[in-house]
Design a protein around this ligand. Structure first.
Ligand code: MG
Ligand code: MG
Length: 276
């Protein structure tokens, strides 16, 4: 097939750089999936407490996603064995729920994905179990703020580097390392689509953001080095120096009206909230 010049759409809404532009119906399905994820995360946060096993959180998520008429996005994805990822303390992402008991003061990343009518949404939060240290709480707060600042850059006419630069600037000025080896992503009919959305970059660089693109922005901030290590279970990613890590994620649609946060209960307003 002839290679087209510039970025043009084929009938499936795919730009010739592999990025898909979603139709209004597709955006509606993704928003529905996003609301399932948001409600599931709310329930998980209410349930999280010291003394519980991580697999209890997985069971709650499985029940909620089903109750809301959706399917879990991660179960079976490349062989992932659970409904959600639960990553504790120095674990960055992709922790497998199991027999581990959550302890007072642990910080717990909950990563949840759901599918509605074949369309995906993906979101993550990090929260303390019980009372965490001020240092841990500061890391969590800065990571949440980084996501918020990244989302504000997700507007037509900006470029992917604007998102990464906003996240990186906020994270590094607070003294944290920004994970390089794992990044955000386009999302739609697949959990991971083009383009990659790094949490670092230069303003004005990278792919142009257009209305109808949907991306998962997911800063992972480390207390120490940004270097990571993968564990022998084939999934869990930890900080190379054993220090804490936090992770937040939202699925965000680029629209002419500004960023629509599909995985927030309050949608568009979520992008305008203060970063306090
Ligand atoms: Mg995720
Ligand atoms: Mg993701």
């Amino acid at each position: 097939m002839e290679r087209k010049r510039g970025l043009t759409l084929d009938s499936g809404g795919q730009l010739n750089n592999g990025i898909t532009i979603k139709s209004p119906q597709e955006l509606r399905a993704m928003r529905e999936a996003g609301l399932v994820v948001a409600e599931t995360i709310e329930v998980l946060l209410r349930s999280l407490e010291p003394g519980m096993k991580t697999r209890a959180l997985d069971a709650i998520a499985s029940r909620e996603i089903k109750r809301l008429g959706a399917k879990p996005a991660f179960k079976g994805y490349r062989g992932f064995p659970a409904t959600i990822c639960v990553s504790i303390n120095h674990e960055i992402v992709h922790g497998i729920p199991g027999e581990r008991v959550i302890r007072e003061g642990d910080i717990v990343s909950l990563d949840v994905g759901a599918v509605v009518d074949g369309y995906y949404s993906d979101s993550a939060v990090t929260a303390p179990a019980g009372k965490a240290s001020p240092e841990a709480l500061r890391l969590i707060k800065t990571t949440r703020q980084s996501l918020q600042l990244g989302i504000r850059q997700a507007v037509p006419g900006n470029r992917i580097g604007d998102i990464g630069a906003a996240v990186q600037q906020h994270a590094e000025s607070a003294g944290y390392g920004v994970v390089r080896e794992y990044v955000g992503h386009g999302i739609g009919r697949a959990l991971h689509e083009e383009p990659a959305i790094p949490n670092f970059g230069e303003p004005g660089k990278g792919i142009l953001l257009r209305p109808g693109m949907v991306i998962a922005i997911e800063p992972m901030l480390n207390q120490g080095t940004w270097h990571t290590q993968a564990l022998d279970d084939g999934w869990t990613v930890v900080t190379a120096d054993g220090k804490l890590s936090a992770h937040f994620e939202h699925t965000v649609a680029i629209t002419d009206e500004g960023p629509q946060v599909f995985t927030a209960l309050n949608g568009q307003q979520a992008s305008q909230e203060s970063t306090n």
